[in-house]
Design a protein around this ligand. Structure first.
Ligand code: PGA
Length: 260
C-alpha cells in the first residue's frame, strides 16, 4: 500500500485530482469509480479547476459511483446522483449517459444490483476507484461485518453512519435506513484504488485499515489484499498510524528514485 501523508485537506484534494487527471490522460476511455461524501468534494473542485486549465477531456470516460440511498429518486436533493451532477458532472465534458449511479428507487432493487455489476463488467471494469472511509472503517456502504467477497447489494446502514450523514439532511429521521452499495469484492476488482481521508475523526479507522488485522469487522482493512492502493491522508487522519515516519520516508525515497 502506498501511504501519502499530506499537510492538510487542500493538499489531499490536489493529490487526488492529479491522480484522476493522470489516469484520464493516460487512458482517455478510462472507467472511473467515484465516491460521494464530504471528503471528495475538494478533489472534485480541484479536478474541475484542472479541467479548465489543462487539455483534458472526459468525453470518452465512463463512471460508476459506489452507492446510492434506497428510496431516493435521482432528483431528490440528497441523492448521490444529484450530488455527482452538481459537484462534478455538470462542470466537465462527460456525457451524463456515461455516468452510472445505482438507481435508489428502482422497481427491483435486487435487479438493479445485478444490472449494475453487469454494466461494470460490460464496460471493461473499473480502472481507478476513488474511496472515502467511514469513521467505523466502512468503504462505500459496506458496514462492519460485510463479507470481504460481497457484490453490489442492498445494505442496512449502521446508526453511526446515519448519524455521520445526518448533516446532509434536515434531520436524522430523513436519512434512509439502507443503500445500494458496490460490494467489497466488487471494489477489490478495480485495477487501482485511491482512498482519501481527512480529519481526526478518521484517524482510528485509517490506523486500523493500514496496520490492523485483515477483518470484515473493519471493511477498509480488505484493501490490504489489493496490489495497487494509494491512501492519501492529511496530518490529522494520519495521527493514529504507528509507522507514519516509515511512510514519510518511503515517499521521500520514492521521489528520490523518480529523479534518477
Ligand atoms: P465523508 O464520508 O467523506 O463524508 O467523511 C466518507 C465515507 O463515509 O465513506
Amino acid at each position: 500500500m502506498r501511504i501519502v501523508i499530506q499537510p492538510d485537506a487542500a493538499a489531499v484534494a490536489t493529490f487526488a485530482a492529479m491522480e484522476i487527471a493522470n489516469q484520464v490522460k493516460s487512458k482517455p476511455s478510462s472507467c472511473l469509480g467515484l465516491a460521494t461524501g464530504g471528503t471528495p468534494v475538494g478533489a472534485y473542485r480541484e479536478l474541475i479547476r484542472l479541467y479548465k486549465s489543462i487539455p483534458i477531456s472526459f468525453a470518452n470516460v465512463n463512471t460508476f459511483n459506489l452507492d446510492e440511498y434506497v428510496g431516493l429518486a435521482a432528483e431528490h436533493p440528497c441523492s448521490y446522483r444529484r450530488f455527482m451532477n452538481e459537484n462534478l458532472f455538470q462542470h466537465i465534458d462527460i456525457p451524463l449517459e456515461q455516468t452510472f449511479v445505482p438507481i435508489g428507487d428502482a422497481g427491483s432493487l435486487h435487479g438493479e444490483c445485478l444490472a449494475y455489476e453487469e454494466r461494470i463488467r460490460s464496460l471493461g471494469g473499473i480502472d481507478l476507484q476513488l474511496l472515502g472511509i467511514g469513521s467505523d472503517g466502512h468503504i462505500a456502504f459496506n458496514e462492519p461485518g460485510s463479507s470481504l467477497a460481497s457484490r453490489t447489494r442492498v445494505k442496512t446502514l449502521t446508526q453511526l453512519t446515519r448519524t455521520d450523514n445526518a448533516r446532509f439532511f434536515d434531520s436524522i429521521e430523513q436519512v434512509p435506513k439502507s443503500a445500494i452499495t458496490m460490494g467489497i469484492g466488487t471494489i477489490l476488482e478495480s485495477r487501482s484504488i485511491l482512498l482519501i481521508a481527512c480529519g481526526a475523526g478518521k484517524a482510528d479507522a485509517i490506523a486500523a485499515a493500514v496496520e490492523g488485522p485483515l477483518s470484515a469487522a473493519l471493511p477498509a482493512s480488505s484493501l490490504q489484499l489489493h496490489p495497487c492502493v494509494t491512501l492519501v491522508v492529511d496530518q490529522a487522519a494520519a495521527a493514529g498510524m504507528k509507522r507514519a515516519d516509515y511512510y514519510r520516508m518511503s515517499e521521500a525515497e520514492r521521489a528520490r528514485l523518480e529523479q534518477l
